[in-house]
Design a protein around this ligand. Structure first.
Ligand code: FPP
Length: 247
């Protein structure tokens, strides 16, 4: 129904997803929270396929935050296992998907770090879509990491302190090979960013839906894109200026 309403000439180039509601989806079915994450991983794959078919060049999924280590150990184990299982799947090569892991690779179990690095290398020339997974990620971690890197370059005399600009920061971020998200979708009813891409979403359109992540299907994605296309993006300019530019 919504697919027909999409203007294919104005698709978002990058959609970021906060996949919330897995736990509540499972509990509503009398199941453990982990059951919701397993269903959520299937939704992630289906969403990736749908975005690829549409021709969206970049997607980013928030799979595990630096704070998620505080969840019950069994749930953490499920998420680590799911990530590892997905890294080993053929979906990337079979569908021409370039994989990018954004997150703290240094403080991650060895098997996950090695599998992530291997997959990034194996898929680096794939072209249909870039899928970034934020794992062991938070914006505050990323900004602290980037600040340390920039400070180190200044200390070594490679960078002049007065030359540090927004572009310098951009070029050090984990997301530096991707454009900033045009659209950020959060499922599960909460309306917050939860330490996700805070720098990169400065001008993103935010879309919140009550749908729990495991129920987020192709139709939900089409609906979000139609909603996004109905908005006027002003990037700090006036509505009149933007209308004039688009004539
Ligand atoms: C938030 O829902 C979701 C997460 C913390 C994990 C998201 C992960 C997946 C969808 C699957 C992971 C897939 C891979 C490949 C790692 P929640 O548990 O906070 O839900 P709730 O708010 O209902 O409790």
């Amino acid at each position: 129904m919504y697919k027909k309403k999409i203007d294919m000439s104005r698709l978002p180039k990058h959609i970021a997803f906060i996949m919330d509601g897995n736990g509540r989806w499972a509990q509503a079915r009398g199941q453990q929270r982990s059951y919701g994450h397993i269903a959520g991983a299937d939704t992630l794959e289906a969403t990736l396929r749908c975005a690829t078919k549409l021709g969206i060049p970049y997607v980013t999924f928030y799979a595990f935050s630096t704070e998620n280590w505080n969840r019950p150990q069994s749930e953490v184990n499920t998420l680590l296992d799911l990530m590892l299982k997905h890294l080993e799947e053929n979906i990337f090569m079979n569908n021409d998907v370039k994989f990018l892991l954004i997150g703290d690779l240094e403080n991650m179990p060895d098997n996950l770090r090695n599998a992530s690095i291997q997959l990034m290398d194996k898929t680096k020339n794939n072209k249909a879509i870039t899928m970034a997974v934020a794992f062991n990620y938070s914006s505050r971690w990323e900004l602290a990491y980037v600040t340390r890197q920039i400070a180190d370059e200044v200390k070594r005399g490679e960078l002049n302190i007065n030359d540090i600009s927004a572009e310098t920061i951009d070029s050090h971020m984990a997301t530096r090979t991707m454009p900033n998200p045009d659209l950020l979708i959060r499922t599960g009813g909460e309306q917050r960013l939860s330490n996700f891409l805070l720098w990169q979403t400065a001008y993103s359109e935010l879309y919140f839906t009550d749908t729990y992540w495991p129920d987020f299907d192709d139709e939900c994605l089409y609906k979000a894109i139609v909603d996004y296309q109905g908005r006027q993006r002003r990037f700090g300019k006036t509505g009149e200026q933007v209308s004039e530019e688009n004539k």
